[in-house]
Design a binder for this molecule. Structure first.
Ligand SMILES: NC(=O)c1ccc[n+]([C@@H]2O[C@H](COP(=O)([O-])OP(=O)(O)OC[C@H]3O[C@@H](n4cnc5c(N)ncnc54)[C@H](OP(=O)(O)O)[C@@H]3O)[C@@H](O)[C@H]2O)c1
Length: 227
């Protein structure tokens, strides 16, 4: 399948790498290809500059718009507080009718840690995206865990969950199918219903950072356990 991953950070790289390994035709989108390739310093969390990220030379770097045009499925893995700007650069025509998997967390770290949510309670990033691009079929998923766990769930032992939310049943099935390819068993995939449920999984961001602060690692995930 042709898939556009918007975002050159650790999430975009992890998802693009895994999808490419699985045999998909993957491209990565960025604001400015030349500028992104010209970076020589690690980013703030210490990740290699994009040009040195050689996991999959087959994964081509393109502008957001060119990547969007390529993808039958589009993944939003851009900075959550700035995703609307990234999607504007991608263009409505390149999103219309497509499954748009939104992995973003609308976090603001400008005032230090823990991050604050830029939207919460009565709205969510995924709903903002769905309203801005009514012809896109937005599905929220994977945002509740570390990038490496998203695409390789077995690195966390035992039962743990991934959530899915969105209005379009077919789009959610397409995303669930990708989740299964990543290694998520059916019983781990919890469909929370419509796109409003994105509020809940985005607001989990605060607890995610609180737990990571306590454990000193993001190597954990949520497991829903019922009697
Ligand atoms: N890191 C994790 O493990 C994790 C876990 C769960 C959810 N998430 C969410 O996943 C998303 C990606 O996270 P990340 O850590 O991989 O990377 P990130 O640093 O949050 O985002 C990097 C991407 O955002 C784009 N971007 C930055 N400023 C922009 C602007 N002003 N306009 C348009 N685009 C802009 C960058 O574009 P350029 O390519 O042009 O630089 C880059 O592609 C975020 O929403 C994050 O909250 C991350």
């Amino acid at each position: 399948m042709k898939i556009a991953v918007l975002g050159t950070g650790m999430v975009g790289r992890a998802i693009a790498d895994r999808l490419s390994t699985l045999g998909h035709d993957v491209v990565i989108g960025t604001r400015d290809v030349e500028q992104t390739l010209a970076r020589t310093e690690p980013d703030r969390p210490g990740h290699l500059p994009f040009a040195q990220w050689q996991a999959h030379p087959a994964v081509q770097l393109m502008s957001f718009a060119d990547a969007g045009a390529h993808g039958e499925v589009v993944v939003n893995a851009t900075h959550g507080a700035l995703s609307l700007s990234a999607l504007e650069a991608t263009g409505a025509a390149n999103l219309a009718g497509k499954v748009l998997l939104d992995v973003g967390m609308p976090l603001d770290v400008s005032q230090g840690m823990p991050p604050r949510l830029t939207v919460a309670n009565t709205d969510s990033l995924a709903e903002q995206i769905q309203r801005a691009y009514p012809e896109a079929r937005v599905v929220k998923s994977l945002n509740t865990m570390h990038a490496d766990t998203m695409v390789n769930p077995s690195r966390i032992p035992g039962h743990h969950n991934v959530f899915v939310a969105g209005e379009d049943a077919e789009a959610k099935e397409a995303v669930k199918s990708l989740l299964r390819e990543f290694g998520w068993p059916d019983e781990a995939i919890m469909d929370l219903g419509g796109i409003k449920a994105a509020r809940a999984v985005e607001m989990y961001g605060e607890l995610l950072f609180a737990v990571a602060g306590r454990l000193g690692t993001f190597d954990f995930n949520l497991a829903i356990v019922r009697k």
